[in-house]
Design a protein around this ligand. Sequence first.
Ligand code: CO8
Length: 257
Amino acid sequence: MDYENIRVETRGRVALVTLHRPAALNALCNALIAELNHALDGYEADAGIGCIVITGSEKAFAAGADIREMQDRTHPEFYMADPFGEWDKVGRRRKPIIAAVAGYALGGGCELALMCDFILAADTAKFGQPEIKLGVIPGAGGTQRLTRAVGKAKAMELCLTGRMMDAAEAERSGLVARVVPAADLLAEAMKAAETIASMSLPAVMVAKESVDRAFETTLTEGIRYERRVFYGLFATHDQKEGMSAFVEKRKPNFENR
Ligand code: CO8
């Protein structure tokens, strides 16, 4: 399928989605989010895909939600259309998604990156929630996911001042998993995605779900949950294969079941 605002390609078991609205620094209009969700729906249903990478351009991962599209909205229009419902779908995906961020990841762009499972950043990356400068606040999870990622002090400072954080500060704060030279960003993201996609998909999906559970529940409940799904993995072919391969000193041949 041809999209207008994103580019998609598949490399082996990895799907690569490139946000592509260069004239607007990849500002996230409704049509782009709809296309992204359409592509992600396909990858979720495709047993041949084990991991997804979302990236942008050298200059911008995404400079936020599309301000031009939003500026004249009224409260009832926004409430009835509930565009955030569409955004939320990205954060509820079951297969792993890596955000490969170069340049600006601002406002909704930072929030989109935060919806992914982890962020790899180029040394050129700049993160921020500048909505306060527009007379509003982050609306796609920024006040919540950013706070969980970097703690109250830094999240509060970013949301109240709108200042940007560079890649080094983002790594120090725990917002990004790793910073790499800009020229290596896509290769590093694809390498990480290929590693993930080579694992047992049920184990990967359960690991993702379990880590996410840590943000939703108490420690006792989270540990109980982890233990249940750990035991559950012993019903999979891949557990038998993974452990047999270790004992037999060979590489596992996971069948994703
Ligand atoms: N929306 C629409 N257009 C944008 C956006 C945006 N967020 N960001 C940049 N553009 C456009 C500019 O208008 C400009 O277009 P044109 O050439 O037609 O004038 C083009 O992209 C290039 O931008 P600049 O000329 O400004 O480029 P600079 O290199 O000078 O500056 C910046 C780059 C610093 C990134 C600057 O563009 C900027 O500050 N952008 C806005 C950042 C921002 O405020 N983001 C937050 C938006 S609000 C939000 O994200 C709320 C999320 C809630 C979810 C909403 C769900 C519906």
